[in-house]
Design a protein around this ligand. Structure first.
Ligand SMILES: O=C(O)CCC(=O)C(=O)O
Ligand SMILES: [Fe+2]
Length: 317
């Protein structure tokens, strides 16, 4: 393990990954680590012997909430509500998938910090959304301690708007408001992704990068790293479903925030109050073992802790 040199970078994204012997990993885990490092994603078989039954129970429980005529092979499945956020709060199987111990153990090893799930999304069809990185919605400081695990809940047909990814895009710059020349803090947006779309598109074009679709088999899962571009391809057959669950994970000892509504360089962060799906408890924002923001009495007694911006404004936090 080489993690002590750069603890502020996930192990799989370490600049000295090549010298990591991965000797604490099984051969299969080491392959996942190499795939994530090189490509920004890795495919695994979801490690749960009961996954088939869970998937069927989830479809039965969530299905009626979408208002889609699943029983009618001719019906347009893309009409109506197409996602349920945080179904873990009322569906035990969604929560069990998000909190799967083997997945968490794997992520702990791959990132060098303890992982915890904080958001689930359940979809009966694809999203048909353009290439984006989730890191404009939710990110961490230090950066990159976030990932998604996308689970195929049925075999994916190429006409059903498969998930796609842009191989290697995790190595491109992480887009922030300052990079694209806008102010984020206090701004309002219809979608957090909108201001970044042009820049992602330009990066894909300049790198001659192609979308690659993932024609997953039921029970396969794809782990994507924080900055990997991905999206949902166009659904060319509206009668098809494409059931999936996405679970998003953060890691311990970080600040959790929304970059689209933050200006990091000014210290203006829209922080998030994150709840771990595993135990339903709040995970406070932390920076190198200390709460963030620090308690007021600590700031007042240690003026050196004031940021440049606060000093310029002549006030303490
Ligand atoms: O399943 C898809 O089409 C994409 C989902 C996605 O981008 C996400 O949940 O972050
Ligand atoms: Fe996404």
């Amino acid at each position: 393990m080489t993690d002590q040199i750069f603890p502020g970078i996930p192990r799989i994204e370490s600049p000295i990954f090549e010298s990591d012997e991965l000797s604490d990993l099984t051969a299969a885990e080491a392959q996942v680590a190499r795939d994530l490092n090189r490509h920004g994603f890795a495919v695994i078989d979801f490690p749960d012997p009961g996954i088939e039954q869970r998937i069927e129970r989830i479809k039965a429980n969530l299905g009626p909430r979408f208002g889609i005529a699943f029983d009618d092979p001719e019906a347009d499945k893309t009409k109506g509500e197409r996602r349920i956020q945080d179904a873990w709060s009322f569906d035990d199987d969604v929560r069990a998938i998000a909190s799967n111990d083997a997945v968490l153990d794997l992520l702990n090893k791959l990132y060098g910090r303890r992982a915890f799930p904080f958001q689930t999304l359940n979809f009966p069809v694809g999203t048909q959304q353009g290439a984006h990185s989730d890191s404009v919605h939710f990110s961490s400081l230090p950066r990159r301690f976030m990932c998604g695990v996308w689970l195929a809940m049925e075999d994916v047909h190429e006409d059903a708007g498969p998930l796609f990814y842009v191989r290697g895009s995790h190595r491109w710059p992480i887009l922030s408001n300052s990079i694209i020349g806008r102010r984020g803090f206090g701004s309002e947006l219809r979608s957090a992704q909108d201001p970044f779309a042009k820049a992602w598109h330009a990066l894909c074009k300049a790198n001659n990068a192609k979308d690659e679709v993932f024609l997953a088999k039921k029970g396969q899962a794809l782990i994507w790293s924080a900055n990997l571009l991905h999206g949902g391809s166009r659904q060319t057959d509206a009668t098809k479903t494409r059931w999936s669950q996405v679970t998003h994970y953060f890691f311990d000892d970080c600040i959790y925030y929304t970059p689209a509504f933050s200006d990091e360089d000014l210290g203006d962060l829209q922080t998030r109050e994150i709840v771990s799906i595993r135990d339903g408890k709040v995970r406070p924002n932390m920076y190198q073992g200390e709460p963030f923001p620090p308690p007021p009495e600590q700031v007042a007694s240690e003026p050196r802790k004031r940021s440049l911006r606060e000093m310029l404004r002549g006030r303490s936090r």
